[in-house]
Design a protein around this ligand. Structure first.
Ligand code: SF4
Length: 212
């Protein structure tokens, strides 16, 4: 098996696994760019279940950037306190909403560089928004995606740089079904290839995994 074949086989197995094992989150079905971008900020440094728990109430109360821009920051902090880091998160939401209302007439700029002008919005959030919201095949990773790539494709003692992870994602992501592949890796990292005690005995790609 050459190296490119391995990426394709891992991709197909993980997408098959995802069909049967996907987690059900409302933001994966949303078509609202506002909700998709705000959700990526809510998801930072917390577990997805926490976001799921406040998702409906939050978006019932905060319907657009204008609502967040006009909201009392103490109230906003209180509405997201279950996620942790509520002061920082509320500040990011307020600054982002203010920029979009005052500089972009309430429409989200599609250039991720512009989103990254907000202190606290980095490559993951901005590129994930472009991927999930605008349907562009961008590259981004968190600790779960990085762990998956390291375990399956790399020596465990090698420190992998961002450029290498992006190159691996380029080989791994399908040309069109890239959103499902990202969600599949995240769910696989949660249910099977977890940080501690990965369930290698249940893993559909153990025969391709360097860690195994
Ligand atoms: Fe993760 Fe184990 Fe599967 Fe490798 S074999 S991908 S370490 S669960």
């Amino acid at each position: 098996m050459n190296r490119e074949d391995k990426y394709i086989q891992v991709r197909e197995k993980i997408l098959d696994w995802y069909k049967e094992n996907k987690r059900d989150y409302p933001w994966r079905k949303s078509r609202s760019l506002f909700q998709i971008l705000i959700t990526e900020i809510l998801l930072q440094k917390t577990i997805a279940l926490n976001v799921k728990n406040i998702y409906n109430d939050f978006f019932t109360k905060y319907k657009d950037f204008s609502t967040i821009n006009n909201a009392d920051i103490t109230k906003l902090q209180s509405d997201i306190k279950g996620l942790g880091l509520s002061n920082k998160r509320a500040r990011i939401l307020k600054e982002l909403s203010h920029m979009i209302i005052t500089d972009y007439e309430g429409k989200i700029p599609h250039d991720p560089e512009i989103l990254r002008k907000i202190n606290g919005i980095a490559e993951y959030v901005s590129n994930a928004f472009v991927c999930f919201g605008l349907n562009h095949r961008t590259f981004f990773f968190d600790v779960n995606i990085k762990r998956f790539i390291q375990r399956v494709f790399k020596s465990q003692d090698v420190k992998i740089k961002t450029v290498i992870i992006y190159s691996d994602l380029d080989k791994l992501l399908p040309k069109t079904d890239f959103k499902n592949m990202y969600w599949a890796i995240l769910d696989f990292g949660n249910k099977i290839c977890s940080k501690n005690n990965p369930k290698c005995e249940l893993c559909p790609i153990s025969d391709k995994c360097l860690y195994f």
